[in-house]
Design a protein around this ligand. Structure first.
Ligand SMILES: CCCCCCCCCCCCCCCCCCCC(=O)SCCNC(=O)CCNC(=O)[C@H](O)C(C)(C)COP(=O)(O)OP(=O)(O)OC[C@H]1O[C@@H](n2cnc3c(N)ncnc32)[C@H](O)[C@@H]1OP(=O)(O)O
Ligand SMILES: Cc1cc2nc3c(=O)[nH]c(=O)nc-3n(C[C@H](O)[C@H](O)[C@H](O)COP(=O)(O)OP(=O)(O)OC[C@H]3O[C@@H](n4cnc5c(N)ncnc54)[C@H](O)[C@@H]3O)c2cc1C
Length: 669
């Protein structure tokens, strides 16, 4: 049992008893291995049992209190990591379960990877150990007030001065102020700063530099540096624990060797030298983080779905004819058709995230061997999957809130905070529309190369089957035919290819490629989404080909995979019909099959969310409690609100009493 802090009575026991599969084996399938289940469980319990990591009053804290609490938790987490000599894997999980965004996320998630990816061996030797020991705290300072998406438009300058062998870092305009970097506002001592490199009078574009921002003695900003927090953000608690910051430089000097020089160098004389590597490797840290964001999407989504499924099994409304029991809302077909596709999506994102991690590692190994051929594919996959999974997850968390009715709107449900903390994922690390346009660009390039006979590889390999896919018609005849993976794959491939080819044909009619791309960009977005959804569906099918152990586990995953695919088909029916991949009748059959699959998931729903193995501490939701004892928890939680600290509210004497005593008379009455 995962819940370390659940009650004694299991109100969901009846639901758990109806499951047709081995939940422990499903935990292994979800986590990836038995080892992963064990280490996740151990770290989650470690956090849940430590009073410093409590978070039940987080949404009631002021910004200052919340920030201080975040500093305390980060320091305590580090203390525990050192005391217990945790491995890197354990430490990362411990931080995950602490579950409060803070400067450490950017320190480990971007500052260290940026130095590792873009620094020379010598630079790594100097900076990485200091960062690993927390002798310095770093952040990733790229975005500016005036430019975020358009990285080439950044204005901060780093001008080489050969007289002193230094770069002079400067913010020439208001819009060049660094704006947004997490951890910058109050915590970081250092940053990887992206600035235009100018040497010998020439602008060589954006490069990364390590810049010290604050004194290591008293934490005050160094001379020439202006620093602050950019202000409160969406929602209570949530991302306000993070000190997203503003930074300005007034001719700040740094040694030449603090330019990250793995990709290009400036010599002592000021000569610019570019290595024989693609310049896009400068964006490598973003590719790395996008890949981790896809894995995070399944975490956030599964968390919301776990709350909504458990609560929907407890919540009863209507249905009693002659004094009998009311209906669990989970039994309503509408609830199922809204909730089960989200459950299926959580599993789909988990497996595609696993695959993306593999792809990223594979590409990195190839890059080490100077093989850059898979870089465009890695960029397109990370950008596309980041975009599709975060957009769907943000929408899904809000849907789960609605699925929980009125109580979902209470902070104690955990859903408002989860939504507020998650929704910026659609923007940070690349705005989702901007990223999809990158995928579309990649697809248009691939389509244009088909004519020259170039065989596409990787996730676009299906495009090589153009002769067939442009004219095939689905052979589905009955609802049951939609359970055939080949039938599903064929229509998803045909839809994606036909949408891409349509776009390419329409672009070619425009006066220029650029104008055509711009004019067609709404269609290009849809084409990119179709391609990315195909990847997710394909990777789910591939997962099912692997050795999956445990009674009934594979059958459940097959159902979820079919639900994910057929739900998408139903949602994007217009695409499938307008491209002629299926007929209206076949669309209706898919929907019929979807209803049957929901019925099969129903008795397994609670067990399928139990397989996520979340503690009550991590879920932090009275509605999602493992024991299902929702009502006493909701009732008790209300009394913790600061408004209930006194029976008579503050302000009664000044504002309520005079009103009630009619001391202020309305002259016309
Ligand atoms: C209960 C509640 C509590 C819950 C708590 C939960 C706790 C959770 C913890 C949460 C912690 C969160 C931690 C995450 C922190 C978030 C961190 C966010 C950090 C940031 O946002 S950093 C800033 C990121 N910025 C961006 O992403 C900018 C986006 N813009 C770009 O990437 C580029 O500028 C863009 C759009 C790609 C355009 O670049 P440009 O140079 O103009 O390129 P072109 O379009 O002209 O393309 C040229 C060529 O390059 C190829 N290309 C582009 N990018 C890449 C790449 N990355 N890799 C490889 N190749 C690339 C492109 O395809 C073109 O190729 P061609 O062959 O066509 O020429
Ligand atoms: C919570 C949070 C944390 C962040 N952390 C960091 C950090 O640690 N470090 C850091 O450097 N940055 C950080 N950022 C900044 C973040 O990376 C940028 O905000 C993000 O890349 C989007 O850029 P933008 O703000 O310039 O949006 P804009 O590009 O200005 O987007 C505005 C609108 O324009 C549209 N748009 C833009 N370009 C195009 C186009 N070519 N075609 C069509 N539509 C377009 C977008 O879709 C969007 O609708 C963070 C942001 C947030 C919200």
């Amino acid at each position: 049992m995962a819940a370390v802090d659940g009650g004694e009575v299991d109100h969901l026991a009846g639901e758990r008893a109806t499951a047709h599969f081995d939940v422990d084996a499903m935990k292994v399938a979800w986590a990836g291995s038995r080892h992963a289940v064990e280490v996740n469980d151990r770290m989650a319990r470690l956090v849940a049992s430590d009073p410093v990591f409590r978070k039940d009053t987080r949404t009631m804290l002021s910004r200052k209190e919340l920030f201080k609490d975040t500093l305390k938790k980060a320091a305590h987490a580090w203390k525990r990591i050192v005391e217990l000599r945790l491995t890197e894997e354990e430490a990362n999980l411990l931080r995950l379960y602490v579950d409060q965004p803070g400067y450490v996320d950017l320190h480990w998630g971007m500052f260290v990877p940026a130095i590792k990816g873009q620094g020379t061996e010598e630079q790594q030797k100097k900076w990485v150990p200091m960062a690993y020991k927390f002798q310095i705290i770093g952040c990733y300072a790229q975005t500016e007030l005036g430019h975020g998406s358009n990285v080439q438009g950044l204005e901060t300058t780093a001008t080489f001065d050969p007289n002193t062998d230094e770069f002079v870092v400067h913010s020439p305009t208001l819009t060049s102020s660094k704006w947004w970097p997490g951890g910058l506002g109050k915590a970081s001592t250092h940053a990887v700063v992206y600035a235009r490199l100018i040497t010998q009078g020439k602008d060589y574009g954006i490069h990364g530099f390590i810049v010290q921002l604050r004194s290591l003695d008293d934490h005050s900003p160094l001379p020439g540096i202006t620093l602050g927090d950019i202000g409160g953000k969406f929602g209570s608690g949530a991302y306000n624990s993070m000190d997203n910051g503003v930074l300005r430089f007034d001719h700040v000097r740094i040694p030449r060797d603090q330019m990250l020089m793995r990709l290009s160098q400036v010599t002592r004389e000021g000569k610019y030298v570019h290595s024989d590597v693609p310049k896009q490797l400068l964006y490598g840290t973003m590719v790395y983080v996008r890949q981790t964001i896809v894995a995070d999407a399944s975490k956030a989504l599964s968390r919301a779905v776990c709350i909504a499924v458990r609560y929907s099994a407890i919540r009863k409304q209507f249905g009693s004819q002659a004094g009998g029991p009311e209906t669990q809302v989970l039994n309503y077909k509408t609830q199922q058709s809204r909730l089960f596709p989200l459950l299926a999506s959580a599993y789909a994102y988990r497996f595609v995230g696993e695959w993306l991690k593999w792809l990223y590692t594979d590409v990195m190994q190839k890059l080490e061997a100077k093989d850059y051929s898979t870089l465009p594919e890695a960029h397109a996959c990370t950008a596309g999957l980041k975009s599709v999974t975060t957009s769907a997850t943000a929408d899904a968390i809000e849907e789960c809130r609605k699925l929980c009715g009125g109580h979902g709107y209470l902070n104690s449900s955990g859903l408002p905070e989860l939504f507020a903390v998650y929704v910026p994922a659609c923007t940070y690390e690349g705005d989702n529309v901007v990223l999809l346009l990158q995928v579309a660009r990649f697809l248009m390039k691939t389509v244009s190369q088909l004519a020259s006979g170039k065989q596409p590889v990787g996730t676009t390999a299906y495009m090589g089957n153009i002769q067939y896919l442009m004219q095939c018609k689905s052979a589905v005849n009955t609802a049951g035919d939609w359970l055939n993976p080949a039938a599903i794959k064929e229509v998803f491939e045909a839809r994606a290819l036909r949408m891409a080819v349509n776009c390419a044909q329409n672009i070619s009619k425009a006066p220029s490629q650029e104008e055509g791309f711009s004019e067609l960009s709404p269609d290009l977005l849809e084409s990119a989404v179709a391609h990315v959804q195909l990847i997710i569906v394909t990777k789910f099918f591939e997962k099912l080909q692997q050795d999956i152990i445990g009674h009934g586990v594979k059958e459940q995953l097959q159902n979820l995979c079919n639900i994910y695919a057929l739900f998408l088909l139903h949602k994007h029916l217009g695409d499938f019909l307008s491209t002629g991949c299926i007929t209206p009748k076949q669309g209706a059959l898919a929907n019929e099959q979807l209803g049957r699959l929901y019925a099969q998931v129903r008795p397994n729903a609670v067990a399928l969310v139990d397989a996520f193995d979340y503690t009550d501490h991590y879920l932090s939701s009275v509605l999602g409690r493992y024991d299902g004892d929702v009502y006493p928890a909701l009732y008790a939680e209300a009394w913790k609100d600061p408004l209930n600290e006194t029976v008579i509210p503050d302000g009664y004497q000044e504002h309520l009493r005079p009103l009630l005593k009619q001391q202020l008379k309305f002259s016309r009455l």
